[in-house]
Write a protein that binds this ligand. Structure first.
Ligand SMILES: [Zn+2]
Length: 278
């Protein structure tokens, strides 16, 4: 059986951006009679092909080709595209800008497809079991069952190191998890992800007073949001508070090279699926 990465579709992804103009379209397994058509159009390399497509997303990303929207439609005329979009692998050497761009595009894909596009295949399980985990980002978010970080960013096994706790609050346990992920797994991008309609934020705004342990969470959130009554503004304040705690906790950590660790705040809308980056 042909694996996903052996398909013509996936083959496109294996061409690096800087090689587009030297990669001949003849190398691609073409469907029907597009080769002659492309030659008529003056297309001889993948670079030519992409310039003919309506969306220049791949160049913005600076690696591979991510066929979303117009690019996908343009390429679908020439290639037998599977329904699945495959992102190129990121590793510990990927810079944070590239990782963040991958997550932004992953979220767009999640929003546009209305379903998760995560690689949870047997092959991925086996690969990560043998080779260990090399997540490219750390995500701290709420335990709310409507917030699924891997789905939100179209990520699969071994891609995101996720820490979840109601209200995405931080104490030494969460900070220890973050420290582990950047010190031992080399993930250098931290996403503090709040979400709309968060019950923990509401509890902080309207405390019941009869809970035993919830108050520890609520107290932390109240410290972050003060007497802010607006749900959304309070959520943003809580995210920013979390970002500051992380930055203050690790700014002089011995395992972090100067300027290598980035902390980004974001809010996930549980209805639209869109992540707003703060
Ligand atoms: Zn929540």
């Amino acid at each position: 059986m042909m694996s996903e990465r052996d398909t013509p579709f996936a083959k496109i992804f294996n061409v690096r951006a800087e090689d587009y103009d030297s990669a001949p379209i003849d190398d691609l397994k073409l469907k029907g009679k597009p080769l002659n058509l492309m030659r008529q159009l003056g297309i001889t390399t993948i670079g030519d092909l992409l310039r003919k497509s309506e969306d220049d997303l791949d160049r913005k990303l600076g690696y591979g080709v991510v066929t979303i929207g117009q690019t996908r439609n343009a390429l679908a005329k020439y290639f037998e595209l599977s329904d699945r979009v495959v992102f190129p692998d990121l590793d510990v050497n990927s810079d944070n800008r590239r990782v963040l761009q991958r997550m932004i595009e992953g979220n767009k894909l999640f929003v546009s497809h209305n379903r998760a596009l995560c690689d949870v295949s047997l092959a991925k399980r086996q690969h990560t079991s043998v080779n260990g985990q090399h997540p490219y980002a750390i995500v701290i978010t709420c335990s709310d069952s409507r917030v699924i970080p891997d789905a939100i960013f179209s990520a699969g096994i071994g891609e995101l190191f996720v820490i979840r706790v109601a209200g995405n609050v931080l104490d030494n346990h969460q900070l220890g998890s973050i420290e582990y992920a950047f010190s031992h797994l080399d993930a250098n991008l931290i996403i503090m992800l709040g979400h709309t309609k968060c019950g923990a934020i509401a509890a902080a705004q309207h405390p019941h007073g009869d809970d035993i342990y919830i108050k520890y969470i609520v107290d932390d959130i109240r410290e972050a949001i003060g007497d802010e009554c607006d749900d959304y503004k309070a959520t943003i304040l809580n995210v920013k508070h979390g970002v500051k705690i992380i930055e203050d906790s690790f700014h002089d950590h011995p395992d972090i090279e100067q300027g290598k660790l980035d902390v980004v705040g974001a809010v996930y809308d549980i209805e639209t699926g869109i992540v707003e980056w703060l």
